[in-house]
Design a protein around this ligand. Sequence first.
Ligand code: NAP
Ligand code: MG
Length: 500
Amino acid sequence: MSTATSPAGPGLQIETRLFIGGEFVDAAQGGRIVVTNPHDNSTLAEVAEATAPDIDRAVAAARQAFPAWKKTAAADRGRLLLKLADAIEADAGYLEQLEALDTGHPIRDVRNLDVPRTAAAFRYFGGIADKVEGRIIPVDAGFLNYVKREPIGVVGAIVPWNFPLLFCSWKMGPALAAGNTMVMKPAEITPLSALRMAALAARVGFPPGVVNILPGYGHVAGQYLAEHRGVGKIAFTGSTAVGRKIVQASAGNLKRVQLELGGKGANIVFDDAPIEAAVNGSAFAIFHNQGQACIAGSRLLLHEAIADQFLDRFLALARSITVGNPLDPATEMGPLTSAGHRDRVLSYVEVAKEQGGRILIGGTPPSDPALREGCYVEPTVVEARSADRVCQEEVFGPFVTVTRFKDEAEALEIANSTIYGLGGGLWTKSLTRAHRFADEMHTGMVWINSYKRVHPGSPFGGVGESGYGREMGFDAMHEYTDSKSVWINVDATIPPFYKR
Ligand code: NAP
Ligand code: MG
């Protein structure tokens, strides 16, 4: 273990090794990855870098653990997930600090959202483990045909840096509940909470090899895992560009692939919207987590009749957001999670201007000298046309475009104009319009008079180039299992096919 000191108080013990076969071990080739605090770019820890031999070892451990884990009673698998949920809650004080330091999420949000939602997801999948039932199909007389759900085998999970703790639970919960074993690669820039999760999993008694967690670089460890012939499925959350690479890498053994990719959510405000709620919800939709959310409402579409009054209030609210050190409980928006990503987000300010976009507020780092060393960007609002790059490409920061529309048809056309189809929403008092848009928005999720709601029981995922497959709920249990159809001849009098 290495020790890192945090400005919040005493040092945190941080686990920095790979978790393989129930043990923390050093990396075979000895590489290290520097992990930084985006508040000031100071070094938090150096973690072991997994490469091919480590992935081979982890896959072998997961394959070895699979038969016994598959045979473990579903209720017992569930009980371990429930224990893990309890362990996360007991560890909340530590996890909050660690996640805030590593990602820059405001401690307020980690405390109220990331940690409780992680525990809730494990609890949900702990409860569902023994509720996935098979079916009996009414086939020809004399035969019993039943269909059971079977785990796939070893699941390789590759997750991004925007919700590192939460995404552990979204992948581990259903994969383990269904009886699979796992090899998970967290994002190289935010591996710390996943390693803590490994320690908690060991503590509550998951058998060695059932969960393996290996930080490493995407193009090295991630690519190798995606290609691995010993892996039965890759569950991937990340960018659309890397999602395509995963599909190609999967072709060798035709492993199953589940893809949760990028988004460019349309958040549509009609002239009959409840304005106060819409202003508040629209700000949450884009500024929560510094806009680093695949389901962010990053395109604000405003009916021309209310656009000016909506914007007055929305801009005032955005200006009032407290940007600061994530460890300060008063902070409402922290830094972006890495310097490279901050630069990418800021580069879109120039992209917007080149195409005639108007920066209404923000577009720069904050002027506060205390934040100068960090990866901060002010809440940024840009008025732009729907065809502009900033309205089509995922910026993934506290950066929202505003586009005006004149009627429903135009709003729908704009909403459905990107390659993505993850989430979208609308604010209106009209029930019929709400249902019409719920039907016609080309997305996996629709929010009406709210935005960005998620729940472990509700299917989460996208259409189009936002990927395929669904996390959460019974849908997820189907994603992590194959159906097996079993035929039994129950009638001894059935004549043989060849009469001799
Ligand atoms: P990313 O670059 O695609 O990385 C995601 C993960 O893939 C990381 O662990 C990364 O490792 C790994 N990776 C990179 N190259 C790889 C390769 N060739 N083979 C295998 N794995 C590879 O995405 P990101 O920038 O971290 O995350 C932001 C993106 O995630 C956004 O597009 C966002 O919309 C999307 N996202 C989607 C959802 C959803 O549920 N739909 C949720 C959250 C985020 P390294 O970090 O080590 O490179
Ligand atoms: Mg970090």
